[in-house]
Design a protein around this ligand. Structure first.
Ligand code: ZN
Length: 265
């Protein structure tokens, strides 16, 4: 990127975070000419966006797509950055209740169902994506486009876990973790037997050395997580690099329960 003067790249958000980490370690952030990042294909949040933008001094835009149609590019954010415009001339998009398959209303969360209109050779009809989002109640946008907009993807139908009867999406946790300057954005949720919840979070080196700050951060995270998810977490703070880095999509939640009284079938 430094040698070729790269200004724009497209990646999964966790890769952008890893790129920032590596650039910082090599001391080359200042030498990069990055301007824009188009990120998607993983569930991420506005808080994570700010973290990536700050670390790489660029503007990041959310992008939605999936391999079964065209990869990235079913919907993308414009400069206004309030929802993603669907390419409606190529895709018919519906939002349904994942249990019943019935359509839900505008501004109601559900599973995205996509029918490509112009794709050849492998047609798909009302393809269930497994992604949870909602259609936004806006018909015009300050950018001038009239294509309708969807929200950020909240999660996947299958990455919600039930803990003590409460539905938990990793994105709810990420919003809190990524908003803390002491955390570097890497985290992992682990659910153990008896619905015991733990959150492993990497913190910056400087915080790791400060016992008082660590204690305060742990308390703060546990309090905010309880408030946002209605669940009690045991937070473990780890040094940078302690959690595994993935080369593909990052796994944010591990369910180790062998007996799951609350899991719905
Ligand atoms: Zn727009």
């Amino acid at each position: 990127m430094r040698d070729f003067g790269v200004t724009v790249f497209h990646a999964v958000p966790s890769f952008a975070l890893r790129l920032a980490e590596t650039a910082r370690r090599l001391g080359v952030v200042e030498e990069l000419k990055l301007r824009l990042a188009i990120l998607g294909a993983e569930t991420w949040t506005e808080a994570m966006r700010s973290k990536i933008e700050e670390a790489l001094s660029l503007e990041a835009f959310n992008n939605y797509g999936f391999a079964e149609v065209c990869g990235p590019g079913v919907a993308v954010e414009c400069m206004v950055r309030e929802g993603l415009h669907v390419w409606e001339d190529h895709f018919l998009l519906e939002v349904v209740d994942p249990k019943t398959g019935e359509q839900v209303g505008v501004e109601e969360e559900g599973e995205l169902v996509v029918t490509p209109l112009t794709r050849e050779a492998m047609p798909l009809l009302r393809y269930r994506t497994g992604d949870i989002a909602k259609l936004l109640d806006v018909r015009s946008c300050d950018c001038g486009r009239t294509h309708r907009k969807i929200s950020w993807i909240k999660g996947r139908v299958d990455d919600m876990v039930k803990v003590r009867g409460v539905g938990l999406y990793p994105s709810a946790v990420e919003r809190i973790v990524a908003s803390k300057k002491e955390c570097n954005g890497h985290y992992l949720i682990v659910v153990r037997n008896l619905d015991e919840l733990s959150l492993q979070v990497e913190v910056e080196d400087s915080t790791m050395k400060d016992g008082e700050q660590l204690k305060h951060l742990k308390e703060q995270l546990e309090k905010e997580l309880k408030k946002a998810t209605m669940l009690r977490f045991n937070v473990n703070l780890l040094p940078p690099g302690a959690l595994p880095r993935s080369t593909g999509k990052t796994k944010r939640i591990i369910d180790e329960r062998t007996w799951q009284p609350h899991r719905e079938t």
